[in-house]
Design a protein around this ligand. Structure first.
Ligand SMILES: Cc1ncc(COP(=O)(O)O)c(C=O)c1O
Length: 407
């Protein structure tokens, strides 16, 4: 436990604590205005008006028209709707889909399932050693029958920011009919996103990564984009996404996004300062630790500090950090009892055995210099202790690690 038992939360890319102002906005819709927005009476009409206002607020913040914003349950649903919905509505044009190797599993697994089902032919574009997608590689993958290109704006594990505007420009130059989708789940709050400046047709959002509630998200759909609904029935969200709307969550989402916009500069400065300390001090404090993701701050999400530690499993470090009062995460996925290295790090070309030591610290509004001090105090002895327990002799790093540890 930390001094005085205080827990330190360094996992803001997983989810963010709801801002008190967001909770305030939501409560009346849980307590009094809980009515079904599709009903006819006055209470229901009030709920409907709240949803319309939230839609207009969010549209205004991203440079869209209100009827271009579809509410969903979050990032995974929006990603799935973008891929399935566009391909289903464009069958006559083809079924070629382009994604990158570092997308969130909501995109990767959906694309894989669509290919298995015969409704998509998928090209996966690789990334550089910092996890960034080369716009020229995307352009090279575009074909006459390409229906959709889906490349994330910023990566959730290593924080790499992609040049979506350039990707969209190149895609369109090669095939004017291809649609461009970006998953802006991690970037929306930090960078601010404008649909015309990014030049996209579809964009994914989720509220819970911007100090909003879980269970609310949106898919921006540029007017005229072919999109077939995947959950249908009640006719909500222009008949594309059925289901009784969660007025409280939608109102909280709009409030969270407004606050993120108001506070962007302050949040950015704060997170960058803490991030820079960790990026420079961690490799000095721990031998054989490599920072993963872009080293240039302009190409990296503020607040993201990802790294990998040689000769230790990231999961073991996380358990020890948890006992020390620090909540963080790794890029690895626990599948069927074995720890698989992060697909993102593997895609950057990092050897599997080094990628197994991956850690991700993501900073947020509530973090302080004292939190960074505490992490720098507890992490080096944890790594030292775990290395001492290792059955493998730890002397020289394998040759395949050297280029990674040098950076
Ligand atoms: C890049 C990215 N896309 C999609 C998602 C899924 O969002 P949600 O949890 O709202 O379904 C996440 C969540 O971690 C993410 O980081």
């Amino acid at each position: 436990m930390t001094d005085g038992g205080r827990r330190i939360y360094l996992d803001h890319a997983a989810t963010t604590p709801p801002d008190p102002a967001v909770v305030e906005v939501m409560l009346p819709y849980l307590r009094e205005m809980w009515h079904n927005p599709s009903s006819i009476y006055v209470e229901a009409q009030r709920a409907r008006a709240t949803i319309d206002e939230a839609r207009a607020t969010i549209a205004g913040l991203i440079g869209a028209q209100p009827d271009e914003v579809l509410f969903t349950s979050g990032g995974s649903e929006s990603d799935s709707l973008a891929l399935r919905g566009v391909l289903a509505a464009s069958r006559r044009r083809g079924k070629h889909l382009i994604i990158s190797s570092v997308e969130h599993h909501a995109i990767l697994d959906t694309a894989e399932q669509m290919e298995r089902d015969g409704v998509a032919e998928v090209t996966i574009v690789g990334v550089d050693r910092e996890g960034r997608v080369d716009p020229a590689a995307v352009e090279a993958a575009v074909r006459d029958d390409t229906v959709l290109v889906s490349i994330m704006h910023a990566n959730n594990e290593v924080g790499a920011i992609n040049d979506i505007a350039e990707i969209a420009r190149r895609v369109r130059a090669k095939n004017a009919h291809a649609m461009v989708h970006t998953d802006a789940v991690q970037s929306a709050a930090h960078l601010g996103v404008h649909v015309d400046r990014l030049g996209v047709d579809l964009m994914t959002f989720t509220a819970h990564k911007m100090y909003g509630p879980r269970g609310a998200g949106a898919l921006y759909v540029r007017s005229g984009t072919p999109l077939q609904g995947q959950v249908i029935g009640g006719g909500q969200e222009r008949g594309i996404r059925a289901g009784t709307e969660d007025t409280a969550a939608i109102a909280g989402f709009a409030q969270a996004m407004s606050l993120a916009t108001e506070r962007r500069e302050a949040d950015l400065g704060h997170e960058r300062a803490l991030q820079e300390r960790l990026l420079s001090e961690l490799p000095r404090a721990i031998p054989m630790l490599a920072i993963t993701g872009p080293l240039d701050p302009a190409q990296r999400l503020p607040g993201n500090v990802s790294c990998t530690v040689g000769f230790v499993e990231g999961e073991s470090i996380l358990l020890a950090l948890d006992l020390a009062g620090i909540a963080a995460s790794s890029g690895s996925a626990c599948t069927t009892g074995s720890v698989e290295p992060s697909h993102v790090l593997v895609a950057t070309g990092m050897p599997d055995d080094l990628a197994r030591g991956s850690l991700r610290f993501t900073l947020g509004r509530g973090n302080t210099d004292a939190d960074v001090d505490r992490l720098l105090e507890v992490l080096p002895p944890i790594v030292q202790r775990l290395r001492a327990l290792s059955p493998i002799p730890i002397d020289e790093p394998p040759a395949s690690w050297v280029p990674w540890l040098a950076s």
